[in-house]
Design a binder for this molecule. Sequence first.
Ligand SMILES: Nc1ncnc2c1ncn2[C@@H]1O[C@H](COP(=O)(O)OP(=O)(O)OP(=O)(O)O)[C@@H](O)[C@H]1O
Ligand SMILES: [Mg+2]
Length: 277
Amino acid sequence: MKSTAVQERDHTSASETLDRLERQFTPEADFTPNGNPVVQARGITRTYGKGDAAVPALAGVDIDITEGRLTAIMGPSGSGKSTLMHILAGLDQPTAGNVWIDGTEITHLKEKRLTQLRRDKIGFIFQSFNLLATLTADENIVLPLSLARRKADEAWRRSVIEAVGLQNRLTHRPAELSGGQQQRVAVARALITRPAVLFADEPTGNLDSRTGGEVLDLLRRSVDEFGQTIIMVTHDAGAASIADRVVFLKDGRVELDEDRMTRDHIYDTIKNLEVAR
Ligand SMILES: Nc1ncnc2c1ncn2[C@@H]1O[C@H](COP(=O)(O)OP(=O)(O)OP(=O)(O)O)[C@@H](O)[C@H]1O
Ligand SMILES: [Mg+2]
């Protein structure tokens, strides 16, 4: 298992090198993402309220999220991270700008089509797990499929449950599980539909560092082993250091956008952003 992941990483870094070289020799290079963009956003603004009370939460964001990579979104409190995530996931409408998910422009979709697209293409993991208390772990995991009246692919269901290590907890209800186990149920629930993109808003925010580490490891493995695309909002430099890319927001704009960063480098960058406020 491990050697497969390593091989895939080697393969990824080789193809990234090729992509980088290619970009250097292509005129519109800056705009070419590394692979297929699963999520694209152009000119996103979001203003809450009107007139004197207007709060500009996003002030013009362009972003491409590439397939099969883990992207971390960081930035000071109030910088617009959750707003951006909700807009990219079609949970909120931008004031202006466009968003494409897997090639479909979503800002003009009717609610019914949008709901369907979210079910088909998007997975969510929230800070507070959001499991249904009356359902068992297993029922929670397959809930998105039940809602969409789809049947679980048995082999895939087993792989996901094995990956999150919940084989022996499937009949437990959330109250009978630890925080880390509940979040692992939430990760499995997000992976079960094989979403084009998985959004995670502070997935380790309510966990101790060891349990948080297990959940991060799981997210990383789903990228390396299943090619899952993940966008993760986090305040934690350690969590962001497992990402392939770190995007820093400040005052509703992208302030910095870097490939793989060390924990220390991320920590220093956050400090500098906060000092410069
Ligand atoms: N429903 C709302 N009504 C008015 N203003 C809002 C609303 N939601 C967010 N804002 C404002 O928009 C800005 C961005 O908020 P957002 O929640 O996106 O920040 P964030 O980066 O996720 O912060 P945190 O790290 O604290 O979660 C903030 O100034 C916030 O006060
Ligand atoms: Mg937030």
